[in-house]
Design a binder for this molecule. Structure first.
Ligand code: KG4
Ligand code: ZN
Length: 336
């Protein structure tokens, strides 16, 4: 018997909701995406060069009802929430004002329609998004663990080990900036616009990735942690003389390509180290930075060269923030 789950994600600058069918088979959890709606605030934050939290909360307030309406549309109006079985919502981490809009909406729906509400960690949503490679998909219950997940977003760079469904251990993380944050800050330094990741990727297209030698910070340290702030500063000092602030001549496309290559090298290096230590059966690359074509391509080819583990990367629209992963995590939690 299949059930329906409505999920909400509002932790940063996307107001997202989705409706999914799910069921539990003998060997797999089975899913079908009925709707997947994302309202982006990119235009709003562009002129600030980053997410402006107060504006983000207000934009979520405006978007949440229309987004929920669109997500429910395939089965009717908000009244038809009575036909769904449960609600899932992102609880943390994220911008508190933004999170509260989604949590408030989910709790209201849960109370009013008498439905259970599960509160999901944002990173858990990113991890499970990787399984949604088409509108209809299955997730094995066993034989895929341990899973090694590299979550690379604007707020996180984490290596997470899953021993079973919804059982997580963080085995490495950034000690300063997140990878996405580094993309955003470097894009600001190079005046490439916001959000930085896609802009750097575009700019890097025809660049020479070996033109600039940038620091592979912590690439060779024994632990599984990351650091990106030294890399960002190295880029800064190639564009501006540190002492005088004098602007320097540099090649934008080459610097963007060299930066993208260096981040990719650091991420792949630590993932390989984690694979050697934990011998995972599955490897996931997810989070906003996993929308980067260069990273996706190099991660898949380099990792598949050293292990037979299956590699899962979400489709690009599910790399960045979305409610699909939140729905999957909520659905799996309902069986536990
Ligand atoms: O997961 P996400 O949508 O939100 C957070 O949880 O933070 O990730 C957003 C981050 C931003 O830093 C953005 O610049 C980065 O993901 N990003 C990219 C690309 N698309 C988004 N970074 C590199 N290349 C991209 N194509
Ligand atoms: Zn995210």
């Amino acid at each position: 018997m299949s059930k329906k789950i409505l999920a909400i994600e509002s932790s940063c600058d996307e107001t997202a909701a989705c409706l999914m069918d799910f069921s539990s088979g003998e060997m797999t959890y089975n899913f079908e995406i009925i709707s997947n709606i994302v309202a982006s605030q990119i235009e709003l934050h562009k002129k600030w060069g980053g997410v402006y939290p107060e504006l983000a909360s207000r934009a979520h307030l405006e978007a949440i009802i229309p987004v929920l309406g669109e997500a429910i549309a395939p089965i009717g109006t908000i009244d038809n929430v009575k036909e769904i079985d449960s609600v899932a919502v992102t609880k943390e981490p994220g911008l508190i004002g933004s999170l509260l809009v989604g949590i408030g909406a989910a709790k209201f729906l849960g109370k009013y329609f008498d439905k259970p509400v599960s509160e999901i960690n944002h990173l858990e949503g990113h991890i499970y998004s990787a399984f949604a490679t088409s509108d209809k998909f299955q997730i094995p219950k066993q034989n895929i663990f341990p899973i090694l997940a590299l979550v690379v977003s604007g707020g996180h760079t984490s290596l997470i080990l899953m021993k079973s469904h919804i059982e997580y251990e963080t085995i490495g993380q950034t000690i300063d900036d997140a990878a996405g944050e580094a993309f955003d800050k470097v894009a600001r330094i190079m005046e490439l616009g916001y959000p930085g990741g896609p802009e750097i990727e575009k700019c890097a297209k025809n660049g020479n990735e070996d033109a600039y030698k940038l620091p592979l910070s912590m690439r060779n340290s024994k632990d599984l942690n990351f650091s990106f702030s030294g890399l960002k500063t190295a880029v800064l000092y190639l564009t501006k003389e540190p002492k005088t602030g004098r602007l320097l001549d540099y090649n934008k496309t080459d610097l963007a390509a060299s930066f993208q290559k260096t981040v990719t090298e650091i991420l792949i290096g630590k993932t390989i180290k984690a694979i050697e230590q934990y011998s995972p059966k599955s490897i996931i690359l997810s989070g906003g930075v996993s929308a980067n074509g260069y990273l996706r391509e190099h991660f898949a080819s380099r990792i598949s060269a050293i292990t037979d583990a299956q590699i899962l990367i979400p489709p690009k629209n599910l790399s960045t923030d979305n409610a699909v992963g939140i729905a999957i995590a909520g659905a799996i939690r309902s069986f536990k």
